[in-house]
Design a protein around this ligand. Sequence first.
Ligand code: ADP
Ligand code: ADP
Length: 224
Amino acid sequence: RPGLELRAVFLRHGNAAETVQALDDVHLTVAPGELAAIVGPSGAGKSSLLAVAGGLARPDQGTVTVAGQDMTVASRRVRTDLRRRHVGFVFQSGNLLPALTAVDQLRLVQRLGPRAERASRDPFELLADVGMADKVNRRPDQLSGGERQRVGIARALVTEPDVLLVDEPTAALDRARSHDIVQLLAREAARRSVAVVMVTHDHDVLQYCYTVYEMVDGRLTAAK
Ligand code: ADP
Ligand code: ADP
């Protein structure tokens, strides 16, 4: 069973006067354990794809399933619930709450988590997995960019998602740190059987990705 599957997905933005075909017949299958990269110019539809994959937006046509669950159901409440159970997000620069220590970033997600048994991962263990064992009590302003990104990845894994959606994780990092972060994503994908989709501009890190897709004008094509 694929972790993530998009079939014949179409999404248009805008109104009657001016519309943009953000997703144009998109097909994408990402298996559990696979790290897939999506590259492409600004405005190509990459964010729209992540939004649809995570149930944040409903496509005009097509099917989106995460761990076999239909993410295109009409009810926003049901989509939110599915997202919380099955999807994790990692953002450009970690997107951490400024007042919380690393371990408290994870504890907060645990407390708000959808199901106690799913959110039972030990935050300390997760932080150790991403190489942050000795910095669990630091706030974001006491961490480097690469370290914030590691905490952001650990936080996204607390709920044991089936799919991890990652938006430009290396945008704020230098070359060496970028390699570390994408290698970490590839490793955690395999280790936890998570289907990971990473949007990136960074061609330098594509070597760690199992598959690479290019997006242009809403159309997705395999590039590797
Ligand atoms: P990318 O992430 O590759 O930069 P996006 O998915 O953000 O691309 O955008 C795809 C296209 O849809 C672009 O032309 C963008 O301007 C347009 N678009 C995105 N969101 C909206 C919106 N809420 N309203 C209107 N147009 C939008
Ligand atoms: P990295 O090699 O991950 O990019 P840096 O070279 O930026 O890290 O920082 C080196 C060390 O200094 C890191 O271990 C980090 O935890 C620490 N550090 C960076 N910024 C701060 C800060 N504002 N306050 C406290 N410690 C910091």
